[in-house]
Design a binder for this molecule. Structure first.
Ligand code: C2O
Length: 528
């Protein structure tokens, strides 16, 4: 295994998008930022230099961070932010899984433009569990905001509202030619009669996405950098945070094909189409070598924006590779986690931050301000958090409380979490992301979870993931082994829901051996 060194300079830059020159924050003057491309087992060292005017951190989404919790990155969970003119070096190993992940800013809304791909290849001497592709193409799907995203978030929080919508979607930073004033279109030139591996990432802030390529099917081989059984489909569905590795087989004849991305609106019962972005489709082009670049590309038929059937079929159709899944007798604790969003009316007097707040088990999560949770855990500091995150869903009508509440997990405990979305409108699909672990998705379904659903658990070849889209008006059950001491954020990956409080933190305790204890913080850990 080798060490891969990167320097990320985070700074303002001007970009032309939708007929306007706009200032954004980006890494090394690129959108998307640089791709980290390494082999499983490598050490990655990234010097992050904050030349932007904002506090920020970088998170390596999906990296297991075994015994390197100080490199995980969520602001005020594992570190204080890097202040303007500050720097911090993230050091971690890329072990335990292969495929496509990504990195992004993890403070305020900065990840709108501070993101990039993170590719983990099979280590030397090993191969993909599928025939090697002839070509690989990262396809990073994003959301474009014409306004300053930090202001968008601040305004929304202060006004107690959901933020306004983004102005366009992007493929590798480009909106594509179907938008008015589109600057450029991402074009992948491919050879006829070959296999192309698309590494697709949903880096959008707040939007579930459908992705298609005209005239081609996908063979999904991995999600969230965990291999799957081959799964053939013409539509990829990605919640914010999700990645999909998919093979595309090119045909013999010349051709030009749009790849297209559109929002999937998950509100249930299906809401009226979202007027602000419901019709927008970002496009790129899959261009066979030898085809005229001016040929009109074929356009795929896109699903309806509110087509949750396609999404549910995709998610529940995926199978992992046969794995040693912790059996029910091994489960040390089952946590019922009710997701809720509700307006703070007179009955919810504790909602001081937002007029519209969200909670898990009735607790609207607030980040600490004086020091990070991990520093408090390591130093046994009191007054930073409380370890009384409730185990079950509070009875109907209970007012939500604000708090920095964590759930302690003994080292190596096997944890099952039953995630339940509300039944009543507005229910929407929340992509719940766990830091520091992959989990198995045992089952998901519509309606209210009942103990009898356990008979449908897949304990043979469940898909492994780091982000699960809990269906609107439905539930999902996951299992993981808490074998990594530290503070691990478990939150909705719709960025708008984080300041609203839709998250909690697992505090995994130390084990008893030297290789199961929190390491001390690095010397350059930023201070608050
Ligand atoms: Cu990709 Cu806590 O985030």
């Amino acid at each position: 295994a080798a060490t891969a060194n990167y320097t990320f300079t985070v700074q303002s830059m001007k970009i032309n998008q939708l007929c306007n020159s706009t200032d954004i924050i980006a890494v090394n003057g690129q959108l998307p930022g640089p791709t980290i491309d390494v082999f499983e087992g490598d050490e990655v060292v990234v010097d992050v230099i904050n030349a932007s005017p904002y506090n920020l951190t970088i998170h390596w989404h999906g990296i297991l961070q075994k015994l390197t919790p100080w490199a995980d990155g969520p602001s005020m969970v594992t570190q204080c932010p890097i202040q303007p003119n500050g720097s911090y070096t993230y050091r971690f190993n890329v072990t335990g899984h292969e495929g496509t992940l990504w990195w992004h800013a993890h403070s305020s809304f900065l990840r709108a433009t501070v993101y990039g791909a993170l590719i983990i290849r099979p280590r030397n001497g090993t191969a993909y569990p599928f025939p090697a592709p002839d070509q690989e193409v990262p396809v990073v799907l994003g959301e474009w905001w014409s306004q300053n995203v930090v202001d968008v978030e601040k305004d929304a929080v202060m006004a107690g509202q959901l933020p306004s919508h983004s102005d366009a979607f992007t493929i590798n930073g480009l909106t594509g030619q179907l938008y008015q004033c589109a600057n450029e279109t991402f074009t992948a030139v491919v050879q006829p009669n070959t296999t192309v591996l698309l590494r697709v990432i949903n880096a959008a802030l707040n939007t579930h996405l459908f992705f298609k390529v005209a005239g081609h099917n996908f063979t999904v081989v991995a999600v969230d950098a965990c291999y799957t059984a081959n799964y053939t489909t013409d539509t990829l569905v990605l919640a914010p945070g999700n990645t999909v590795d998919a093979l595309v087989y090119t045909g013999a004849a010349p051709g030009s094909y749009y790849m297209a991305v559109e929002p999937h609106h998950t509100l249930s019962p299906a809401a009226t189409t979202d007027a602000s972005d419901g019709g927008s489709v970002a496009t790129g082009i899959l261009l066979y070598n030898g085809t005229s670049a001016t040929a009109t590309p074929a356009m795929p038929a896109m699903p309806n924006n509110s087509d949750s059937t396609t999404a549910n079929d995709f998610y529940s159709g995926l199978r992992g590779v046969p794995a040693a899944v912790p059996s029910p007798v091994d489960v040390n604790m089952t946590i019922q986690l009710g997701l809720g969003q509700l307006p703070c009316d007179a009955a919810q007097t504790n909602c001081s931050v937002n007029a519209f707040a969200a909670a898990m088990n009735g607790v609207s999560f607030r980040l600490p301000t004086q020091m990070s949770l991990l520093e408090a855990q390591f130093g046994n500091a009191s007054g930073v958090y409380t370890a009384d995150f409730p185990d079950g869903v509070p009875p109907n009508g209970t007012a939500m409380v604000e708090g920095t509440k964590v759930r302690s997990l003994p080292y190596n405990s096997t944890v099952e979490v039953v995630l339940q979305n509300p039944m009543a409108f507005p229910s929407e699909s929340h992509p719940i992301h766990l830091h520091g672990f992959n989990f198995f998705v045992l089952a998901q379904g519509l309606g209210t979870f009942a103990p009898g659903n356990a008979s449908a658990y897949n304990l043979v070849d469940p898909v492994a993931r780091n982000t699960i889209a809990v269906p609107a008006g439905g539930w999902a059950v996951i299992r993981f082994v808490a074998n990594n001491p530290g503070m691990w954020f478990f939150h909705c990956h719709l960025d708008a829901h984080v300041p609203m409080g839709l998250g909690m933190v697992f505090a995994v305790e130390n084990g008893t051996t030297a290789d199961s204890m929190l390491p001390p913080p690095p010397a350059d850990l930023p201070v608050c």
